[in-house]
Design a protein around this ligand. Structure first.
Ligand code: SF4
Length: 175
């Protein structure tokens, strides 16, 4: 038994896996995405990255969530639902904007029914740029959020805003 635990510790060091520092329950909200970001989020949530092993899990209700993970440019029809989801979350609550649309890069143009970036509606703690961001970038960003325990400090992981490349998924619906 002890040998097995020692071997597992050695394997963790060799693979440079992040140490578990707590847990975060994540509620995903799609407020106007093309579904590209959702595809990558689904991959990041799958067995390859196995986020739940490191304390990151998707939940079905904002009432159970520590983090609201928002994809897409906010449409007028979804802005109220997004605010309501945020208000339903317990404190301390954090918001992560996933993908260039959520960051307001304007990939979908400026039609009347698109309000703009998530930060117009909610305070954003984590920005994950990319169109869409890769599963690796998503997992790295969420691990970073887990490691940065204090809420209220913005974190950007990945390429700088404005550049264009790279690639990216989850559930939808706001309760
Ligand atoms: S950032 Fe790209 S992939 Fe994500 S919702 Fe916008 S257009 Fe789609």
């Amino acid at each position: 038994m002890f040998t097995l635990l020692r071997d597992l510790r050695r394997l963790r060091r060799q693979l440079d896996l992040p140490h578990r520092t707590g847990s975060l329950a994540i509620r995903h909200c799609d407020v106007g995405s093309c579904n590209g970001c959702e595809h990558e989020l689904t991959l990041a949530s799958g067995p390859h990255y196995d986020l739940s092993r490191f304390g990151l899990g998707m939940v079905a209700s904002p009432r159970h969530a520590d983090v609201l993970l928002v994809t897409g440019a906010i449409t007028s029809r979804m802005s109220t639902a997004l605010r309501r989801a945020y208000e339903a979350m317990p404190e301390p609550r954090r918001v992560a904007a996933l993908g260039d649309c959520a960051l307001g890069i304007g990939l979908l143009g400026s039609p009347d029914d698109i309000l703009g970036p998530v930060e117009l509606v909610l305070p954003v703690d984590l920005q994950i740029p990319g169109c869409p961001p890769t599963p690796d970038a998503i997992a790295t960003a969420l691990f970073g959020l887990l490691a940065s325990r204090p809420a209220g400090q913005g974190v950007t992981v990945g390429r700088p805003l404005g550049s264009a490349d790279e690639q990216p998924t989850g559930e939808r619906r706001i309760d």
